[in-house]
Design a protein around this ligand. Structure first.
Ligand SMILES: Nc1ncnc2c1ncn2[C@@H]1O[C@H](COP(=O)(O)OP(=O)(O)O)[C@@H](O)[C@H]1O
Ligand SMILES: [Mg+2]
Length: 266
């Protein structure tokens, strides 16, 4: 047990990977958010340390996506504090852009630039935001495309790739910014079933390399295997958190029991 963080790193996820450090990369304290009269985030307190894989589960509409989007300020918050690697999330401007670059995000829909090649999709941001020269950006992009297993597709257009391949490119594109944290918001939900595993495999590899990850997913096999911790959200609140086995085998709240019985009976 690490006394500072309270995280028991000795029995973290089932993966062989570097130990979780006690350096918090993402911290949300008392975060509140409304959409008009709808209270979508209610006193969210969350801390994710370097090397930790957090899986967020919960029924649709519980605020999972909103929480992810507040972490790189795609959404503003009403009150509370969000820190990325100890730094307060800036309101706007250059500081926000650079802090946002620390957080890679992969969405349900792949959002690749349809009129650019796979290679250009990956080199664009490093050249524009990190001011990397073209050759270096291309070398980096080819390394990353190889890592996610689609290097042979580099000169194609996104529409020529399968959904699973496009999502792996989206992961490579996010990694090209050398983020400290990766956020995944239901990255496999839009995929045909036979393509789900090829994307989860890439995520497992990232976890093994020690990437700090926040993953919203309904893939419970992945969650059990790769998560160090599960957070269960319902109605805008974090209702429960714990180790995967603890959460899946002995959910404490009625909401979590009900949620699990729904998704696990099929
Ligand atoms: N841009 C928005 N404007 C108004 N309401 C929104 C917006 N985005 C999400 N919501 C609402 O906020 C709640 C939480 O949504 P969301 O974070 O997408 O939940 P989840 O990802 O857990 O399904 C839902 O009731 C949803 O309808
Ligand atoms: Mg969502």
């Amino acid at each position: 047990m690490n006394l500072q963080t309270g995280i028991d790193t000795s029995a973290a996820s089932g993966l062989e990977k570097p130990p979780i450090s006690d350096r918090p990369l993402v911290e949300l304290s008392h975060v509140e958010k409304h959409y008009g009269r709808l209270h979508v985030l209610k006193d969210i307190n969350l801390r994710v340390c370097q090397g930790e894989v957090l899986v967020v589960v919960g029924p649709s509409g519980s605020g999972k996506s909103t929480m992810c989007r507040t972490i790189n300020r795609l959404e503003s918050i009403d009150s509370g504090v969000i820190r990325i690697d100890g730094q307060l999330l800036p309101e706007e401007g250059k500081d926000l852009a650079s802090l946002r670059a620390e957080v890679g995000m992969v969405f349900q829909s792949f959002n690749l630039f349809a009129n650019k090649t796979i290679l250009d999709n990956v080199t664009l941001a490093p050249m524009k935001v990190r001011h990397m020269d073209k050759k270096d950006a291309e070398d980096l992009a080819m390394d990353l495309l190889a890592r996610v297993g689609v290097e042979s597709q580099a000169s194609k257009m996104p529409s020529q790739l399968s959904g699973g391949q496009q999502q792996r490119v989206a992961i490579a594109r996010a990694l090209a910014m050398k983020p400290k944290i990766m956020l995944f918001d239901e990255p496999t939900s839009a995929l045909d079933p036979e393509m789900v595993n090829e994307v989860l495999d890439v995520m497992v590899e990232l976890a093994k390399e020690g990437m700090t990850m926040i993953c919203v997913t309904h893939e419970m096999g992945f969650a059990r295997k790769a998560a160090d911790r599960i957070v269960f959200m319902a109605d805008g609140r974090i209702l429960e958190e714990g180790k995967p086995d603890e959460f899946f085998d002995h959910p404490k709240s009625e909401r979590a029991q009900e949620f699990l019985s729904k998704i696990l009976t099929h």
